[in-house]
Design a protein. Sequence first.
Length: 113
Amino acid sequence: MHADQASIKKSIRSYMMIGAALFVFTGITVAANQVHLAVPIAITVALIIATMKGSMVASVFMHLSHERKWIYGALILTVIGFFILMTVPLFTTLDHIGTPIHVAAPASEHTVH
């Protein structure tokens, strides 16, 4: 793989910026821990911070920002799989296979002789 000097400087600059942003988000994580938020809010804040940090690492350090077609394909397959897995239980609860059919007894059986 051949790269010129300008592209190398650009990639090093992006690595340094993402490294600095990860350092800042680590400080935000520590500060959020010191605030002692309610548990649901603390979990939400932690997940937002972790998502931001993970997406930065994945997109720059793992070079996923250059693989948009594959990433979108994987996301589309994930969404399709999610909908399939959510509709399978729906189909099983909507069918009436195996449920007993209650047939009313003939009128002659209800009369007393």
